[in-house]
Design a protein around this ligand. Structure first.
Ligand SMILES: *Cc1c(COP(=O)(O)O)cnc(C)c1O
Length: 481
């Protein structure tokens, strides 16, 4: 067993390594360059019989595992959505691990519950959500969305599905746009509603939900005897960060008396900027809302903020304390294990508290505005260069574009050209970008949101893009005009 003094010594070495890792983060190949099986083949198939030293384990971490890591905290990470960390978050996370508390109920660590209440209230104020909302930290947006759909189901069925199963129940329908995240698909499956009963509403030319089409689908479902249950609106779709028109959707859900869930997993963080509050016009009619501080609020994975209007409906769905005990526990403090799926809970509020305090609301706002400004500059460069096409409106810090060197290439050729460009770029290890399909066409996604990304990183990415664009045009034997 490792002694307290050995621990102190090893931990100091580790902290030094972490500081160096962040100092040198830009030097690592951003996207891991290994092939499947590379890493596992270097690890023994059997666990060690005898104890090994920290130094032995750490040497293998550096030599074997690190090359198999993609560096999400690199300032040259421009792929997907970020999973941002920051020093305040890391410090908080260290303490969470050190305390090792299991915070399922108030009494299993009162400070964990009460800090969660406080930081969720702070987040609600920071994002401009209504005072009537109450928040709970979930692991991911996927879990929060599942909780929302289960709550909608139980509220509608007066908890009979929880009790009796689906016997003699109506066939429910859930609605989201064709650009909504796959976590909605997963949630309707798990909730027993059935994938066939998730209705994907078409989007307009800006990839936002077409609300008249939503109404038409609901009307047609009603005529056929289905029971419309819930609409999921996306604020910031995964493909292009499109924002569904919440106000119009909310009018519709009010008119038909449907549950309304908002998935703002990525873009919700932008609500800390007053200039983005237009996104939540209509929020009073929303039943539940999720966004991920672990994406764009510099809080390391995982930390998802879930807000609900009717907390009693949420608790009725998940609580397993008999009805007659409720008044005795009565809500002096929350038992958050009754607010979701898992019983055991990590002390996630701690890192969020560190982040909010050590950045300050102002610091967080500045960081997010900076990312948006960098993205606007990048978009301007693309437009001015002439060889590129913007494929979706840029609302935040994501640019969806493709190389289109005006050579009358047809759609499939352009898809291939851009696929090759993506591969060439990522193979350099100097940056990492990802792609999506918009209107069924291949689009490069350039997302500027890493905590430590600076002007110089975007500048280097731009130069690399120009260089590799020339190369890919040449390799495809397409002569520039
Ligand atoms: C990332 C994302 C999700 C899934 O988030 P997890 O926290 O990983 O479950 C859901 N919806 C949208 C719009 C997202 O961008």
């Amino acid at each position: 067993m490792i002694s307290i003094e050995e621990f102190r010594n090893d931990a100091h070495k580790l902290v030094d390594w972490i500081a160096d890792y962040y100092r040198d983060a830009a030097a690592y190949p951003v996207k891991s360059q290994v092939i499947p099986g590379d890493i596992a083949s270097k690890l023994p198939g059997l666990p060690p019989e005898a104890a090994e030293t920290f130094d032995a384990v750490f040497a293998d971490f550096e030599n074997i595992l690190l090359p198999g890591m993609t560096h999400w905290q690199s300032p040259n990470f421009f792929a997907y959505f970020p999973a941002n960390s920051s020093f305040p978050s890391l410090l908080g996370e260290m303490l969470t691990a050190a305390l090792g508390a299991q915070c399922m109920k108030w009494e299993t660590s009162p400070a964990a519950t009460e800090l969660e209440e406080v930081v969720m209230k702070w987040l609600r104020q920071m994002t401009g959500l209504p005072d009537t909302f109450e928040g709970v930290i979930q692991d991911t947006a996927s879990t929060a969305t599942l909780c929302s759909i289960l709550t909608a189901r139980e509220k509608h069925s007066s908890c009979t599905i929880n009790q009796q199963g689906f016997l003699n129940q109506p066939v429910y329908r859930v609605y989201c746009s064709s650009e909504a995240h796959s976590s909605i698909d997963k949630a309707v499956r798990i909730a027993g509603i059935g994938h066939d009963n998730l209705v994907k509403i078409p989007v307009d030319h800006e990839f936002k939900m077409n609300v008249p089409a939503l109404k038409k689908c609901i009307d047609s479902d009603l005529k056929q005897g289905y029971v419309p249950l819930c609409v999921v609106a996306a604020l910031g779709t995964t493909g292009s960060t499109a924002v569904d028109p919440l106000f119009e959707i909310a009018q519709t859900t009010r008119e038909y008396n449907l549950w309304l869930h908002v998935d703002a997993a990525f873009a919700g963080s932008a609500l800390i900027l007053p200039e983005y509050r237009w996104m939540i016009r209509g929020i009073e009619d929303v039943d539940s809302f999720v966004f991920n501080p672990h994406k764009w609020l510099f809080t390391n994975f995982d930390c998802s903020a879930y807000f609900v209007k009717d907390r009693d409906a949420l608790i009725r769905t998940f609580q397993l304390v008999p009805e007659y005990l409720k008044s005795q526990v009565h809500m002096q403090a929350n038992d958050y294990s009754n607010w979701g799926i898992q019983l055991g809970r990590r002390f996630r509020a701690l890192k969020l508290w560190f982040v909010i305090r050590m950045f300050g609301v102002k610091g967080l706002q500045e960081k997010i505005r900076f990312h948006i400004r960098l993205a606007a500059d990048f978009e301007k460069r693309l437009l001015e260069a002439g060889n590129y096409e913007i494929l979706a409106p840029r609302l935040f810090n994501l640019i969806c574009f493709r190389l289109n060197p005006s050579l009358n290439l047809h759609g499939d050729q352009l898809d291939r050209l851009n696929e090759n460009l993506l591969q060439l770029l990522n193979k350099t290890g100097k940056l990492y970008i990802s792609h999506t399909r918009l209107n069924n066409r291949y689009a490069l996604r350039f997302m500027i949101s890493q905590t430590n990304t600076g002007i110089e990183n975007v500048e280097e990415a731009w130069q690399l893009l120009l260089e590799k664009s020339t190369e890919v045009i040449r390799e495809n034997k397409i002569k520039p005009a």
